[in-house]
Write a protein that binds this ligand. Structure first.
Ligand SMILES: [Fe+2]
Length: 248
């Protein structure tokens, strides 16, 4: 069994196109998309149209917190990530988002959610210290959130940090990193930064042979400066810097 895991596209159509082209070039058909598809100041509608074109038999998508905010928040009360995207979206895009589930089981063997099984707003594999440092979460805490999941491979996104964590019973949790947003600042639970230190589009290839999962993290160059300039033209200097450098 071989498939790709993508996450946190955040309206970056150019990065998504690069990733989908790479997946196709590898001869991979099946994709799990871990959500946060459209929010951000880039190309939400084009991104949605590209995702809507994908074969629903081959691609399974869960709903991210930012996907949910686009559906549940009044337009006048949306945060900047949502308000930038919402104005671009057509009813068909929102209808597609509304059909997404918060978690799913893929091909019987893989559990997928955006952040954790219980919340779409909590980093599963990272902890934010009171000083705002983001570091690997304690194994006991990670395993407590995996209670009851029978699948040997578990996928999550949300933190934009590519990472694989092995549980003591042999299960594996993988975050493929972010397709379209390599760095950001957040105030929840306290102010912190996530910086991957590069501007490439990230995703992962999962491959099981002889019963064990292998993980290949891939970082792809694409025309990230075009997206940086687009963010700058829309008054989003934070996104412009993140897309140019993977830093904020
Ligand atoms: Fe998220």
């Amino acid at each position: 069994m071989r498939f790709a895991a993508i996450a946190d596209i955040h309206g970056n159509h150019a990065a998504l196109k690069a990733v989908l082209d790479d997946i196709a070039a590898l001869g991979i058909r099946d994709v799990v998309n871990l959500g946060d598809c459209l929010s951000g100041p880039l190309e939400a509608a084009q991104t949605a149209d590209l995702l809507l074109l994908l074969d629903p038999e081959a691609v399974a998508t869960v709903r991210g917190n930012h996907d949910r905010y686009l559906l549940e928040t009044l337009h006048t009360e949306m945060g900047s990530w949502e308000s930038d995207a919402y104005g671009q979206l057509a009813p068909r895009h929102l209808q597609w988002l509304s059909r997404l589930q918060p978690s799913l089981v893929f091909r019987d063997d893989v559990f997928a959610c955006h952040a954790t099984p219980a919340s779409d707003e909590v980093y599963w594999l990272e902890r934010v210290s009171p000083e705002g440092h983001v570091h690997l979460r304690l194994l006991d805490e990670i395993e407590a959130m995996a209670a009851g999941i029978e699948q040997t491979l578990i996928l999550c996104g949300h933190s934009h940090v590519p990472r694989a964590v092995q549980l003591s019973d042999g299960r594996l949790i993988v975050n493929p990193g972010s397709v379209g947003c390599p760095a950001y600042e957040d105030d929840h639970p306290v102010f912190h930064k996530v910086e991957n230190g590069h501007a490439m589009a990230s995703y992962a290839v999962l491959d099981r042979s002889d019963g064990a999962w292998a993980v290949q993290f891939r970082n792809l160059p694409y025309d990230h400066m075009a997206m940086s300039r687009l963010a700058a033209s829309r008054g989003r200097s934070d996104w412009a810097l993140a897309l140019a450098s993977g830093r904020v």
